[in-house]
Design a protein around this ligand. Structure first.
Ligand SMILES: Nc1ncnc2c1ncn2[C@@H]1O[C@H](COP(=O)(O)OP(=O)(O)OP(=O)(O)O)[C@@H](O)[C@H]1O
Ligand SMILES: [Mg+2]
Length: 316
């Protein structure tokens, strides 16, 4: 694993630009890290060069998973694909602006290190509303938000209430995404493709699940996201964490069963379906993202320089 740019036969650097997939939702425990893990492995298995960035500086679930995977890879009887990984640290100064400047610099460096030599960057974000988390959202080309089949989860997107008059107001996480889209649009007319993915769907059909699906369908138009039939609640999506594997790896060998159960096969299909719903760009999609990202970073740098000169604090 290296972060060096590739060169073609005549020594020209390969300047394709990475497509940034941010996995985010301000609600905790909805499956952000689980989706980040499975999307990363799915993209690697599809032959793409993938970099990952862990912005969850406290839990570092994605980082832990990749540590386990790297360790398993050392003795695995087959090739275990690994992304180039970067775990970001939070600024630890008492001064908010200093922290933001440091975090912005570290994040911009992490992106700069990978944008020319990887086709996808998958960014796992924390549930807490932090500067880094907002910054990542404003940079997403594709934003994937897992949501569980519960009105508590829906309520961070659109206010859920028994009184019709108080129902449907844009709630805090949707507000954060709208703001990220607005800022991004100002700078480069970039479009953040937002996909809401149902996660941990119960295997038994229930009226609740049906209602949630209808509610998400209605919200999609207003909040401009695409709803996706996502992942069922399956043991296979969580049990392989200690060895850093996923349902997509040759687990029939790792588990010495020699075959895949119906649920494991279904898990693979769900991930494949999710990937196709995301409609990610084909290889070598050009320089548009790269230029947009640079303009965006320049704009934020200017903002901090300006604040510095005026001796003010502030969050971009
Ligand atoms: N489809 C699924 N099937 C079974 N278990 C799942 C599934 N998705 C997530 N889980 C489990 O749900 C829990 C929360 O998942 P995860 O850690 O991915 O959520 P998160 O959104 O990243 O949480 P946090 O907000 O704390 O970062 C974990 O125990 C995980 O193993
Ligand atoms: Mg997580």
């Amino acid at each position: 694993m290296t972060g060096d740019a590739d060169f073609d036969d005549v020594g020209t650097p390969d300047l394709r630009s990475a497509h940034v997939i941010v996995v985010g939702n301000e609600k905790g425990g909805t499956g952000k890290s689980t989706l980040s893990i499975h999307l990363t492995v799915a993209l690697l298995k599809a032959g793409f060069r993938v970099a990952t960035i862990d912005l969850d500086t406290r839990q570092q679930t994605l980082t832990r998973f990749l540590e386990n995977r790297r360790s398993w890879a050392r003795t695995a009887p087959w090739e275990v694909e690994l992304p180039f990984h970067h775990a970001l640290q939070r600024g630890n100064s008492n001064n908010v602006r200093d922290n933001e400047t440091v975090e912005f610099g570290a994040f911009a460096d992490a992106i700069a290190q990978v944008e020319h030599c990887y086709e996808f960057v998958v960014i796992d974000t924390p549930a807490s509303d932090s500067y880094l988390m907002r910054l990542a959202h404003s940079l997403a080309d594709t934003l994937v938000s897992p949501v569980n089949d519960s009105y508590i989860d829906v309520d961070v997107f659109s206010r859920v209430h028994h009184d019709k008059a108080r129902r449907g107001a844009v709630a805090h996480y949707a507000d954060l995404v709208i703001e990220a889209r607005r800022r991004r649009h100002q700078v480069d007319q970039g479009i953040i493709d937002w996909i809401l993915v149902r996660n941990r769907i119960a295997s038994l059909q229930s009226n609740n699940a049906k209602q949630i699906s209808i509610t998400l369908g209605k919200m999609a138009h207003e909040l401009k996201f695409r709803p996706a039939e996502g992942l069922h609640d399956r043991v296979i999506f969580r049990e392989l964490f200690p060895i850093g594997l996923t349902a997509l790896d040759p687990i029939e060998e790792a588990m010495r069963t020699g075959h895949l159960s119906a649920s494991q096969q279904a898990a693979r299909r769900e991930i494949a379906d999710l990937l196709s719903t995301l409609s990610l760009p084909e290889r070598g999609s050009g320089m548009a993202h790269l230029q947009a990202r640079h303009e965006w970073f320049d704009r934020i740098s200017l903002y901090y320089r300006d604040l510095e000169q005026r001796g003010q604090d502030g969050a971009f």
